[in-house]
Structures are given as structure tokens and as C-alpha cells.
Design a protein around this ligand. Structure first.
Ligand SMILES: [Ca+2]
Length: 489
């Protein structure tokens, strides 16, 4: 069966179909299906990079306003600690072992002589046979666009168009803006604007234009900003605004602050356009980021670590969902949620029934949006069979942001299984002594300072058993081959 036939067969629209004009919806009826989805995916924005999560250095009044109008998730996670795997999980609704995008580029980063095991091969693009969220929303009547960073391959096959979006502005295989944040872009998917045009503003122009053009039909606006990923380049007038501002909690970079400020203005302009066109009550808006804040650019304090580590600072994200008539304004949810949950959530919002043979690893967060305080899900998982080089504060290791690791969070407990020690130093039988396991109680120790692996052996074994069972269930490849080039230091 080819892909088109598969899509035709599987794109079943929910009972009742959908309305063709979003203006005809009575917004006061809670169960009326909203028709538009706006997903704002910021790049490398740390959980503490926004005012509503406690930053008093960066100024994000528009994002904070959105947070006040919607529901804030305090325990929202990216599926990975770096860019591409989070995006592959978001687009497919599946954990990494299903699609093989585990990291960005080379899985063997750093010096091979420092690798104790051979890492697992990594897919740098998302294979076209995967069914993306855009491919299921399209047949349900949605017009869709991806504006900004794609990082999953190039069109016509592996870019946004190839993967089901109707339009693509600026998305390709690259993980950062090749030409920097000021035009010309050096991007075949985005015609350069006047010299000096700022990328975040330009992508926002494209988003506003898309909303205007498609205001009379259901739309899915996916806006994966290139910001606030390196290079750290802000607009001069915004940099000046932060130049004399005192640092706070380790956040002190005016150029980065200017980039965050531009993202804030982007959110403000998009919300203003929705209001102007009388669409705001009929649009669900998501705000999220793809991994933790980057070392050298910002501080995730008091969360431990940075982008690239699987401590909380590398994977915990700022997250808002605003769904008028459903999410209570100013509400907060503490249930752990993760990037793969957006796929089933958006299907449900759109009234699209999941095709029987489309495998989804996440769960719809609709009950949470409606006020429930739990999803009843046992645990969430991460799988990273690769090396990420560089030294960052909070990492376990002086040479790597992370070495190969598996992670589970269940309730307030989080367990990390480091594969080098696990595989080479005795596995299960040596789990008390081989330094493979870390266990934290995020409830009492959100900053991951006290490893409980040997002081709470019952909880350790419970989570470790669940993690191993999950790895088996998804065929997660464990890097179990010793590296002959390894030189003990
Ligand atoms: Ca990123």
C-alpha cells in the first residue's frame, strides 16, 4: 500500500465531521469543536526563560498574558535534550526507538577514546513512511503550514511539504539559521527580505499572513521558531533595553534577552491577529520548547543542567495551552506531560479518529485541559543511546553533556540508567555498586542533588524494572558493544 492510499484509508474524520466556517461556531458552548490549532515551538528556550516561570531578567509580557489566559504545565517535558529527536517525536507522536532519530547528527560526538561503548546509529531525517500530524489533519479539512525550523530533511520528500504540510516557509534539514538572524537568509525555502530584516519578525509576518489568508477555514499553524537557538543575535534596540539590567539567577545576557523579547513580540502579534479576525475564541494555542536552555546563553537555575543533559534543566520546558471555554484562565497543571502527547491531543481537538494502524505512544491531555489532575499514566520515558560532547555545569561528566542513558519518570521519582556502566560493569547484579543508576525524588529534591539509588532500593528496582520492560516493548537499542578505541583516563 502506498502512502497516499494509506492516508486515504486512515484519515477517518470524527463523527459529525467538521464545520467549514469557524465563524459559525458558538464559542460559549464548551464542547463545540474548535477548529484552529496554533503550535508555537520555540527552539532551545529553557523552562525559566519566561516571566510566568519565574524569570525576572527576561521580559515576556505577551507570553505571560497567554499563560494567564490559559493553563500552565509545570512538569512538561521535551522528548529529548536536543532538537531533532524532540521534533521527530512531536511530528509522529512516537518515542525515539520507533523512528530512530535519537540525536542531532553524529551519535559519537566527542573523542572516541572517551567512549566506553559504541553508540547506536542515528537517523538524521524522519523517514517519509511515518504518518505525521499534518498528514492526519489535512484530510480532516485543515490547511497547514510549517514556518521556521524543520530539521527533519529537505523538501520535496522529507521537508514539511513531503511530510504533509500544505506550505513551508524556511524549513529544511538545518538546525539553525545558516545566514544568522538578519537577512539575507541563505535559505532556499525563505526568500531574503530587505537587508537587516530580523528572522523572528519575518517568520511572524509569515504566520500573520497565513492566518489572514486562511481565516475562513480550519488551519493548523505550526511555528517552530529558529529562536532562541544560536547564533545569539538580537535587534539592537532590544539589546539596549537589557544592557544595564542587573543579572538575576544567572541570567545576564542582553543579546539573548533581546532574542527572547522578539519571541514575546511574535506571540503578541499572533494573538493580536487572532483577536482582530475574531478567531481567538475558536483557536487552541500551544506554547512549548524543544529542549532546555543552552549553556552559555542562559541559566535554567534552579533546575540542574542545560540543553544536552537529561537532568531537568535539559528536558523540562515552559508550556501553555490556551483553549477558550475549556482551559480555565490562570490554571496550573502539575501532571507530567511529554512531547508525544501533543499528537493525540491535536487529533482529539480536531475531531479526527486515530487510524487503527497508526501507533501512538503518547496520550491526549484533554482530561487535564478540562480540569482533571491526572492522566492515570504510569510513567514516561527517554532513550538516548548516544554521546553529546562539551562540558556544562550540572552534567555528570567533565567531558560530556551526556553519555548514553535511559530515563524514566514515575510519579515524583526519576531514574537514570547509564548504559556504559550498566553494560560493561555488571548490569542488574551489580546495580548497587556499578554507578549505573541515579534515582531522584523530584518532589523533595527538584534540583536532583541527592542520588537515592542505594538508599531507596525498592523504588530503584521498581523503576528500573519498568524502564527495562519499556525498552523491550519498544525495541529500544541498547549500546552494548565495548569500544575498542576507548582509553581509560
Ligand atoms: Ca533545540
Amino acid at each position: 500500500m502506498n502512502r497516499r492510499d494509506f492516508l486515504k484509508r486512515c484519515a477517518a474524520v470524527g463523527a459529525g465531521g467538521y464545520l467549514l466556517s469557524n465563524k459559525s461556531v458558538d464559542v460559549n458552548v464548551k464542547h463545540k469543536r474548535p477548529l484552529n490549532i496554533v503550535f508555537l515551538m520555540i527552539d532551545d528556550m529553557g523552562q525559566r526563560d519566561v516571566g510566568f516561570m519565574g524569570s525576572d531578567y527576561y521580559e515576556t509580557p505577551k507570553i505571560d498574558k497567554l499563560a494567564g489566559q490559559g493553563m500552565v504545565f509545570t512538569d512538561a517535558y521535551a522528548n529529548a535534550a536536543n532538537c531533532a529527536p524532540t521534533r521527530a517525536c512531536f511530528l509522529t507522536g512516537q518515542y525515539g526507538p520507533r523512528h530512530g532519530v535519537f540525536t542531532v547528527g553524529d551519535p559519537a560526538r566527542g573523542s572516541s577514546s572517551d567512549h566506553r561503548v559504541i553508540p547506536i546509529a542515528n537517523d538524521t531525517t524522519l523517514d517519509s513512511y511515518h504518518v505525521t500530524i499534518a498528514e492526519l489533519l489535512g484530510p480532516a479539512g485543515y490547511v497547514s503550514i510549517s514556518i521556521g525550523k524543520w530539521h527533519m530533511g529537505n523538501d520535496p520528500e522529507l521537508g514539511p511539504i513531503g511530510q504533509g504540510f500544505d506550505e513551508n516557509d524556511g524549513g529544511n534539514e538545518t538546525g539553525g539559521p545558516k545566514g544568522g538572524y538578519f537577512s539575507p537568509w541563505n535559505n532556499p525555502e525563505l526568500p531574503s527580505g530587505p537587508d537587516g530584516e530580523y528572522l523572528t519578525d519575518r517568520l511572524t509576518d509569515e504566520a500573520v499572513d497565513f492566518i489572514e489568508r486562511h481565516q475562513d477555514r480550519p488551519f493548523f499553524l505550526y511555528l517552530p521558531h529558529y529562536a532562541v537557538h544560536a547564533p545569539i543575535q538580537g535587534k539592537e534596540d532590544l539589546i539596549a533595553k537589557y544592557q544595564d539590567k542587573p543579572p538575576s539567577n544567572g541570567q545576564d545576557n542582553p543579546k539573548y534577552a533581546a532574542m527572547v523579547d522578539s519571541v514575546d513580540q511574535s506571540v503578541g502579534r499572533i494573538m493580536a491577529k487572532l483577536e482582530e479576525l475574531d478567531l481567538v475564541e475558536n483557536t487552541v494555542v500551544f506554547f512549548f520548547s524543544d529542549n532546555g536552555g543552552h549553556s552559555g546563553a542562559t541559566s535554567n537555575f534552579p533546575l540542574r543542567g542545560f540543553k544536552g543533559t537529561f537532568y531537568e534543566g535539559g528536558i523540562r520546558e515552559p508550556m501553555i495551552v490556551r483553549w477558550p471555554g475549556v482551559t480555565r484562565a490562570g490554571s496550573t497543571c502539575n501532571e507530567p506531560v511529554i512531547g508525544i502527547d501533543f499528537f493525540p491531543t491535536m487529533l482529539e481537538i480536531a475531531g479526527v479518529t486515530k487510524p487503527a494502524d497508526k501507533l501512538l505512544d503518547g496520550v491526549s491531555i484533554l482530561p487535564l485541559l478540562k480540569g482533571a489532575d491526572s492522566l492515570g499514566r504510569e510513567a514516561i520515558f527517554w532513550h538516548f543511546p548516544c554521546y553529546l560532547q562539551n562540558q556544562v555545569v550540572g552534567a555528570r561528566d567533565p567531558k560530556f553533556r551526556t553519555r548514553p542513558v535511559g530515563v524514566i519518570r514515575k510519579g515524583n521519582f526519576k531514574l537514570m540508567q547509564f548504559f556504559e556502566e550498566w553494560v560493561l560493569d555488571g548490569g542488574w547484579d551489580a546495580r548497587e555498586t556499578n554507578n549505573a543508576i541515579e534515582l531522584y525524588d523530584l518532589g523533595s529534591d527538584p534540583y536532583e542533588t541527592t542520588n537515592l539509588a542505594n538508599t531507596n532500593p525498592a523504588k530503584r528496582d521498581e523503576l528500573l524494572n519498568m524502564l527495562i520492560a519499556w525498552q523491550t516493548s519498544v525495541n529500544a537499542p541498547i549500546p552494548n558493544e565495548a569500544n575498542p578505541a576507548y582509553i581509560p583516563s
